[in-house]
Design a protein around this ligand. Structure first.
Ligand code: PLP
Length: 234
């Protein structure tokens, strides 16, 4: 009996990455046109967490250069090899970072999106100077004040931003948020932008597969898109 094995490309949970990426880029361009913004101001971060190195490589081959991972260990097994063949890759840490993993994070990543406390700020500052690596940092703000979510309380954001700059001399470039799933993301995007503006921060890391167009309308400079590029995660 002949067994026919269907290709994984046929399954809807494994989209053609090049096509999905082109679609997302088209949607970014359209959202920018609508908002009167230059698409060059918006960095697309392809969130490859849970997806294999070979899927990530497909995405690199399709021209993508910025990637996001949320776990140190997973990034450490997946990315060093991929980086060797494409040195211009930029790796973004988008998941919570424990301060005892700061050393590894500074060695492995290029940008930190999840600076969320004084202990971490102090450890990151120490590691950056020890390793002579200055990683641009986004401060994560818990705009929904959710107990289970990481991030600085919005009421303490101004003070924390100042401490990061003056006390720890960290290269703070912007703010990041993850809006509550059951609320209108736009309200949180507007709130984050307001905090960034009054603190003179130019960059905003906000917007995911379901809401990046809205984030772009509210000034996102970095959008973090996973499932719209790689398909659903298991
Ligand atoms: C997983 C993740 C994303 C991507 O989510 P999608 O809905 O798959 O686009 C973005 N940001 C953070 C912080 C994430 O953990």
């Amino acid at each position: 009996m002949k067994v026919i094995v269907s290709g994984i490309g046929a399954s809807p949970s494994y989209p053609d990455i090049a096509a999905a990426l082109a679609d997302v880029r088209g949607r970014i361009a359209a959202a920018c046109r609508k908002a009167g913004r230059d698409p060059a101001e918006v960095t697309l971060i392809a969130v490859s967490k849970t997806h294999s190195a070979s899927r990530a490589l497909e995405c690199v081959a399709a021209g993508q250069r910025h990637f996001g991972e949320n776990r140190i260990q997973e990034a450490a097994t997946k990315w060093p090899e991929l980086r060797q063949s494409t040195p211009e890759l930029c790796l973004h840490l988008i998941g919570h970072l424990q301060s005892n993993k700061a050393e590894e994070a500074v060695a492995l990543f290029d940008v930190i999106h999840t600076l969320d406390g004084a202990r971490l700020a102090e450890k990151l500052a120490g590691e950056m100077s020890r390793q002579s690596r200055r990683l641009p940092c986004f401060i994560q703000v818990n705009t929904g004040r959710e107990a289970q979510k990481a991030g600085i309380d919005p009421g303490e954001a101004d003070q924390f931003i100042t401490a990061c700059r003056e006390q720890w001399k960290l290269p703070i470039v912007g703010l990041m948020c993850l809006p509550p799933v059951d609320e209108q993301a736009a309200v949180h995007f507007a709130f984050l932008r307001e905090i960034a503006l009054r603190n003179g921060l130019a960059q905003l890391s906000m917007g995911m597969s379901d809401d990046f167009e809205s984030a772009i309308a509210f000034g996102a400079t970095h959008i973090r898109v996973g499932s719209a590029i790689f398909g659903a995660r298991r």
